[in-house]
Write a protein that binds this ligand. Sequence first.
Ligand SMILES: Cc1cc2nc3c(=O)[nH]c(=O)nc-3n(C[C@H](O)[C@H](O)[C@H](O)COP(=O)(O)O)c2cc1C
Length: 164
Amino acid sequence: MSDDLIKDALHMIPYGFYAISTTDGAGEVNIMVANWLVQASFTPRMVALGLARKAYSHGLVKTGRKFVVNIFNKADAEAIKGFTRSRAKNPDKVANATYTLSPTVGCPVVEGAAAYLECEVRAMVDAGGDHDVVIAEVVNAGVMKPGKAEETLTLHDLGWNYAG
Ligand SMILES: Cc1cc2nc3c(=O)[nH]c(=O)nc-3n(C[C@H](O)[C@H](O)[C@H](O)COP(=O)(O)O)c2cc1C
């Protein structure tokens, strides 16, 4: 334990680890990594994503109002690692990536992904924090490698942390 119990407790929450792809709807796309993602409604099916206000992807989501969640198997962890740095620090990260555009919202489906969720933004909540909460309806999905959650890549598989 540290002297920051809020941090200690937040570090006890388990997370998946995803590549979030975005578009401005006018041809520009980006891909970033994120773990702050949960399902947030059954009817309609929604997800909530904590999205850094300073991220390049934030601007694209604000304009394009859509994104794709790329879900990977543990065995394909290498496929996501190229997207961990920001667009500002790695301007070629998308140019160097292999992907196709998803059929409904037109965001990148990254090569190696096991499944994807196509999402349309219904609300972007600015509660005064450094991340907005983006609430989006899942309007379509694809499953390339059917599997169970136990096989899905998590943040903890990589020994990384983004919380606290
Ligand atoms: C392990 C890890 C987990 C991350 N999780 C999130 C997250 O859940 N939400 C978020 O907005 N940023 C998250 N980030 C930070 C973004 O990836 C970072 O802000 C990145 O610069 C965004 O890329 P972009 O500027 O190209 O959009 C995470 C970074 C790492 C390394």
